[in-house]
Design a protein around this ligand. Structure first.
Ligand code: TXA
Ligand code: MG
Length: 360
């Protein structure tokens, strides 16, 4: 049973707030905290009961494993006994940062963290509040993104409050997150080199260090963000569910040169890839009820950083539909398109896709 709570939002740079958060982690209570990618909902990774509370607060199905956040590259040794030169190389080059390495799991990590898999995802986040929280609690912190399962990832404390505020006690506020999309997830266990999720660290940068990555074939495993049709079996890359990161209204991806038909009285929102993309769409006659242009120049960096923020705002604008413009799939563009496709699949109004709207 979840007791009704009302999360306190405390400044992440306040030592007292941090001490309270560290106490909560040690006591087995989940705490939401900022990272450079998105906000996470953290719990002591070594305490199965605390981790269960995270699954419960998110309505997350138990077959989807959590990332374990550690404070320093040196701690890797206590989780990964078969240290692989590629792991050391990537960790040294990109940690702290938006890269999750999936390695062979050690026995000290409870099975609930990894959904029964024999691998564990590890990362050192690049955010002072996250690093201080891990250090102050003296525990590795298992944390998924701090949204309801299938919902939009939070890039601000208020986004967490809106989705989970009645289910958790404490949110550390670190302002808007810098990168805005989740970490890139790479499987290296068992000699593999497989991209499981494109994210905040461009694949090209990883490949420059360790050579080409494989992409998991048949990447989409489950077809419903709420797991209605999902197999309860642990899958190798369970997070690659098609429907995910979904706003509460249907989202479609439409290039700017294709006219958007808006029916009389229909409220359509536009997530434009650039100011030029917006002009182009409007020049073709569409009248939008709300428009978001996170990156006027079309740069992928501000677009990634502002993507979920823009979707959260459009989600709140009482629209009938959201139209998002695509971007080239290079660098951060891969993560952006991955999230847009999942938002499109998850918001599918045709029936199977669970809308990401939190239940009230
Ligand atoms: O940037 C991020 O990664 C954020 C911040 C909070 O660190 N976290 C995040 O967690 O996005 P989550 O749970 O929303 O996504 C974690 C992804 C999921 O796709 C999950 O399936 C995958 O990582 N993952 C975690 N452990 C895994 C494992 N052992 N094997 C395969 N995939 C794994
Ligand atoms: Mg997530």
């Amino acid at each position: 049973m979840i007791e009704a709570m009302n999360a306190r939002i405390l400044p992440g740079d306040d030592p007292e707030a941090l001490a309270a958060a560290a106490d909560a982690i040690r006591a087995g209570d989940p705490v939401a905290f900022p990272t450079e990618t998105v906000y996470g909902l953290g719990a002591n990774a070594l305490d199965p009961l605390a981790v269960a509370r995270v699954f419960e607060a998110k309505d997350r199905p138990s077959f989807d494993p959590l990332i374990v956040h550690i404070a320093a590259v040196g701690e890797l040794k206590s989780y990964d006994d078969l240290v692989d030169p590629r792991v050391e190389r990537l960790a040294a080059r990109f940690w702290p940062g938006p890269l999750t390495l999936v390695l062979r799991k050690r026995a000290l990590i409870p099975g609930i963290v990894t959904a029964g898999l024999d691998t564990v995802g590890l990362r050192v986040p690049d955010h002072p509040v996250a690093l201080r929280l891990i250090a102050a609690s003296g525990r590795p912190i298992a944390a998924p993104s701090a949204n309801r399962f299938g919902g939009l990832s939070p890039t601000r404390a208020e986004h967490v409050q809106r989705q989970l505020g009645d289910r958790i006690g404490l949110i550390l506020d670190g302002g808007p997150t810098r990168i805005g999309v989740e970490s890139t997830v790479v499987l290296l266990a068992g000699g593999r080199r497989t991209l499981l999720r494109p994210g905040g660290l461009p694949v090209e940068e990883i490949e420059a260090e360790i050579g080409p990555l494989e992409v998991e074939p048949g990447a989409a495993l489950a077809d419903d963000a709420r797991g209605r049709h999902a197999h309860e079996q642990p899958a190798r890359s369970p997070g690659r569910m098609t429907a995910h990161y979904a706003p509460g209204v249907p989202l479609v991806i439409v290039p700017p040169e294709i006219p958007v038909a808006v029916a009389p009285g229909e409220r359509v929102g536009l997530l434009a890839a650039s100011a030029a993309g917006r002009e182009r769409a409007e020049a073709l006659g569409a009248r939008f009820a709300a428009v978001e242009v996170p990156a006027p120049d079309g740069d992928p960096l501000p677009l990634a950083a502002g993507l979920f923020e823009a979707l959260h705002r459009l989600d709140a604008a009482e629209l009938d539909r959201i139209v998002a413009q695509p971007v080239p799939e290079v660098g951060l563009g891969r993560a952006i398109m991955d999230r847009l496709r999942r938002a499109a699949a998850g918001s599918d109004s045709s029936g199977t896709g669970g809308a990401g709207q939190p239940k009230r």
